[in-house]
Design a protein. Structure first.
Length: 158
């Protein structure tokens, strides 16, 4: 079977989506999310349409993860940290603003993200693009509002 060059990446991406979806349905949603975030990181900025497709898939896959425990009152004591509320923004603008906000953080800096759904896809994208640099702490776990403290950690020297 000969596939035209312009159709190759979308076809491969379709096969990849099918594979990670099956992996998630077989009980390994975390691995499926990590693979999808890694693929998204490779395509983001180069093939925006295919990256956007993977972003949508990642949002669907996180729904297959085990449900986290409810809010921990001990985690709700943050103060003096900037808050980024993205609930009023169109979904297509949220991730770039969040990544830009993160990039502007000083070492050991943090901000609180406020969202209208679980931002777990963003967690996987940060892990793919900034491994070992991002701290992630849920402060509020919905069902209407999710709050997450996102921090910038210094990478340990190897």
């Amino acid at each position: 079977m000969t596939v035209p060059e312009e159709d190759l990446l979308p076809r491969l991406n379709g096969l990849f989506v099918e594979a990670v979806s099956r992996l998630a349905r077989c009980g390994n949603a975390d691995a499926a999310c990590r693979l999808t975030a890694d693929a998204h990181a490779l395509l983001r900025g180069r093939r925006s349409q295919e990256a956007a497709r993977l972003n949508l898939v990642l949002h669907r896959l996180v729904r297959l993860l085990p449900r986290p425990e409810r809010n921990n009152p001990e985690d709700l004591t943050m103060s003096d940290i900037a808050t980024l509320d993205v609930r009023t923004l169109p979904p297509a603008q949220r991730h770039s603003l969040i990544f830009d906000t993160y990039a502007a953080l000083p070492p050991d800096g943090a901000f609180i993200l406020v969202n209208d759904h679980d931002p777990k896809p963003l967690y996987y994208q940060f892990q793919a693009e900034r491994p070992g640099e991002v701290s992630w702490q849920y402060l509020d776990r919905g069902p209407q509002v999710w709050r997450v403290r996102i921090g910038r950690q210094e990478r340990a020297a190897v």
